[in-house]
Design a protein around this ligand. Sequence first.
Ligand code: M6R
Length: 366
Amino acid sequence: EKGGFDSFMLKEISEQPQSVRDTMGARIDSETKQIVMPELKMSNEQLSAYDRIYIVACGTSMHAGLVGKDVIEKLTRVPVEVAVASEFRYRDPIYTDNTLMIVISQSGETADTLAALREAKKSGVTVMAVTNVVGSSVSREADEVIFTWAGPEIAVASTKAYTSQVVALYLFALYFAQVKGTQTAEQVAEIVDHMLDLPEAISEILADSAKIRDFANSIKDVNSLFFIGRSLDYAASLEGSLKLKEISYIHSEAYAAGELKHGTLALIEEGVPVIALATQPDIYEKMVSNIVEVKARGARVLGFAVESDNELIKSVDEVIHIPATLPILTPVLTAIPLQLLAYHASVARGLDVDKPRNLAKSVTVE
Ligand code: M6R
């Protein structure tokens, strides 16, 4: 049932070219390169009226939401707030007549996410779910559902569900932009073209993972390490850090790189590993300055750069190159080596990759 893999996690990591392809599937019109979402029951008029969005989820699904926020805001200029479901459900959120709530849940059974959904519905807010499980509570109770077609995810650590969630949010963001008219058909088609290349790019990363495995082996005995990034790279860092903690039990923190000076830099000393994501061109120079700062304090830095970047290697110890894509799409690609890092670190420490201690796949109690 593990299809020749030693764990469900590795199997699921390897399935991502397919799960990403399936999630895009019939939602892209191959001729016009525009998005179609026949699953949405609401009219275009209704959709286009939303001017404020809450994205509510837990754990990895919340991290997918952080990527979704950036992209929805970029493409539509509609403000999006991302909230952890266990916080949100006890808040007194400000809903307007034109507020849309998006809940994200792989299992569709997470207690806090479901409770947040129910609270919102009670207040008359339209809830759209992004979920992987047909027939799940979330899918039944939400007003609208966008399924991620990732297939069953067995390992406790979420991998292919995350990349499918991110892709589903891109599709929604593009569709929302089409309907609102905030992006032209050409602009949508350009993003879609790059999205269609993602499965192949994921395959490329999977085929060339020796460097990340070696780095994972090299951190197996460290006490602590850091992930740093800015904007979408920060969102990706949060997910990389969670994955590593969850299955390797190595302590790590993800920081918005610009925050280092406000405290964390004090923790950098000789030999501390830092994983620095530098895939976003608009803040690239700022990222390099942050890397120089940690290097100067003795950090051992593994950088993540885009394929065409021959500069970053001058400031770091080693570089993982990500195949070329649009900056907004890189989180789908950086996720892969970050998942592999967690996987290999867990294996190197002799741990149960699929069933980390203290955790359940689906958190159905609060
Ligand atoms: O099923 P859900 O997406 O609602 O689950 C949310 C979190 O419990 C889940 O993503 C958790 O953080 C993962 N184990 C992380 O790998």
